[in-house]
Design a protein around this ligand. Structure first.
Ligand code: BGC
Length: 556
């Protein structure tokens, strides 16, 4: 493996070539990584305590788009904290009203009760500022709220004025039921004290109760599960929900029989499908298969969770800018002659996390002539390379706060190439995760096996994948790049049947759908008495309840 010191003796082109070798994953590596991924999937399904945690979610249903109701959801784990009110219209559409709140570094790293007090206060503020009675106002605020037939929460039955809320908590949580789960570890820069090992629903409920806020947390959901549920709701079917944003992760529909670590849990006896939250960000923490470079190692060493979330650190928005920053600084510092910016670095470039991944998106847009750089409609012909580099140069000057004469076109070219290498690698690795899920669920074979499409589950049918997150939403052509590698891994026939669609606002809509599942299950239990995992109340019994369609293989 080449080291940063290799810069000492090469000219820029040679160094870029070395960098390309370090960052480019050939097809053989993709197959190896996917094979390792599949082994870790099996380990995680068989044993608790594995870094790729393969968490059973106890969600055994995917919606079909007919569900209705208005639900409150709280979403922690992305860039912002969001409180939203989601209305499912029952025709595969939903509307959402939301408020975003900033989570300060102090809250992320302070005492956990302060963080959860803040969550509770945000919900309170949202409810207090809720719209006019013509909109769906929680019953605690409008006791005259009526409930449409089969509509969901905010139910005022006169006896209980607690507003039900679903919590989207996008961290690894070992779920024990739909409405409880223990935090396994923090990710994405969070490190609040005294949280690991605690039930996050209880932490939130305690905060509501401490503050006499009449809200009850009824469901706990990961954002990937939210993405899967909401994509199923809006498109009619989905087998994988994946996030490529600040963090990365995927949740997919698994056969309970394969989740052997459930042992004697009644859920195992019920059989059927269950959504599993893979926590694939923790794949290959040993880095035995992942292609670490010195820039990745530096990032990991300086992160607040060294040796954890290895896969996430190669892929997600929280880290890509930082990897690129590490590479660019090695060009700035090259000796005997600096190779970038005449050896200068700005404050942002010098600071850890100072290069936001959003800048990588902007650089790609500038190069490709997309977004705000799109040519006017009447223009014909492609901009020549110099024009494209001028646009990139403009972004570098502006976003990294250089003086205009400090950035040459050659500098812009280096920056662009470095950023592209970092993101291309992320897209190729992301494809390994998607391919592994397709293979795990019997929908694909790895094409190197030569098995082609023999004996595939749901052969010939569309395969729904819901995605969300800033990288997949804003980085130009991220999905196209991912698809190209997916095609290599599973073959063109299977890849062409994969429908990747945005699960926009999946955390909110998915949480609402999960609250609906919880509500249906609770209604069934209240009517019949019983225990959540009692086989008597298996999904087939709930099938008769309104609004929840049980997981079936996806129809074309
Ligand atoms: C968390 C996951 C989450 C993902 C995407 C990761 O850091 O561990 O639970 O789904 O980020 O938000």
């Amino acid at each position: 493996m080449a080291h940063t010191s290799a810069l000492l003796s090469h000219n820029t082109e040679d160094i870029l070539k070395t960098l390309r070798q370090q960052f480019t994953l050939d097809d053989k590596s993709l197959f190896n990584i996917t094979a390792t991924f599949l082994r870790e999937v099996s380990d995680g399904l068989a044993n608790y305590g594995h870094p790729m945690a393969m968490i059973p979610t106890f969600v055994r249903a995917v919606p079909d788009g007919t569900e209705t109701g208005t639900f409150l959801a709280l979403d922690l784990g992305g860039t912002n904290l969001r409180v939203c009110e989601v209305t499912l219209h029952g025709d595969q559409t939903f509307s959402l009203r939301q408020q975003k709140y900033k989570v300060s570094e102090a809250l992320k790293t302070g005492e956990v009760t302060s963080l959860f007090d803040y969550l509770a206060d945000s919900v309170d503020a949202f409810l207090t500022e809720s719209g006019s009675p013509s909109t769906a106002v929680p019953p605690s605020l409008s006791r005259s709220t009526t409930q449409a037939p089969h509509s969901g929460t905010f139910v005022d039955d006169g006896s209980d004025t607690q507003v039900p809320l679903a919590l989207t908590f996008s961290f690894p949580v070992e779920q024990t039921a739909l409405d409880s789960g223990r935090l396994l570890t923090w990710t994405k820069g969070f490190a609040a004290k005294n949280a690991v090992g605690k039930d996050v629903v209880k932490l939130l409920q305690d905060a509501f109760d401490r503050k006499h806020i009449h809200v009850k947390c009824v469901a706990l959901v990961n954002d990937t599960v939210g993405a899967l549920l909401s994509r199923a709701y809006t498109s009619g079917g989905c087998i994988l929900g994946a996030i490529f944003g600040t963090g990365t992760n995927g949740a997919y529909v698994e056969d309970v029989a394969n989740i052997t670590k459930l042992g004697n849990d009644p859920a195992a006896a019920q059989g059927g499908p269950m959504i599993v939250n893979t926590e694939w960000g923790g794949f290959n923490n040993t880095r035995s298969s992942l292609p670490s470079t010195p820039y990745d190692n530096k990032l990991d060493r300086e992160s607040i969770n060294p040796r954890y979330q290895a896969f996430e650190k190669f892929i997600s928005g929280m880290y890509l800018g930082e990897i690129a920053r590490n590479v660019l600084l090695s060009f700035v510092d090259a000796a005997p002659k600096p190779l970038l910016f005449g050896g200068r670095a700005t404050e942002g470039l010098n600071k850890q996390w100072g290069l936001d991944t959003a800048i990588l998106s902007e650089i790609a847009e500038a190069w490709e002539g997309l977004g705000r750089f799109a040519p006017p409609a009447q223009s014909n012909g492609k901009a020549d390379e110099e024009e494209r580099l001028q646009r990139v140069r403009g972004v570098v000057v502006q976003r990294l706060a250089f003086a205009s004469d400090e950035v040459s076109l050659a500098d812009a070219d280096i920056v662009r190439q470095v950023c592209t290498l970092v993101v291309d690698r992320a897209a190729r690795l992301s494809a390994c995760a998607v391919a592994a899920v397709l293979v795990q669920t019997g929908r694909a074979h790895l094409s190197e096996s030569g098995q082609e499409t023999e004996g595939l589950q749901d052969a010939g049918k569309r395969i729904g994948v819901g995605v969300d997150g800033s990288l997949v939403e804003f980085y130009p052509n991220f999905q196209t790049k991912l698809r190209a590698s997916l095609r290599v891994l599973v073959g063109a026939e299977v890849e062409s049947r994969v429908d990747i669609g945005m699960a926009k606002d999946g955390s909110g809509a998915g949480a609402a759908l999960c609250a609906l599942v919880a509500q249906k299950q609770n209604q069934a239990l209240q009517q019949r008495g019983g225990y959540e995992h009692d086989p008597k109340y298996a999904p087939s019994k709930l099938r008769t309840e309104e609004g929840v369609a049980y997981i079936t293989s996806m129809q074309s």
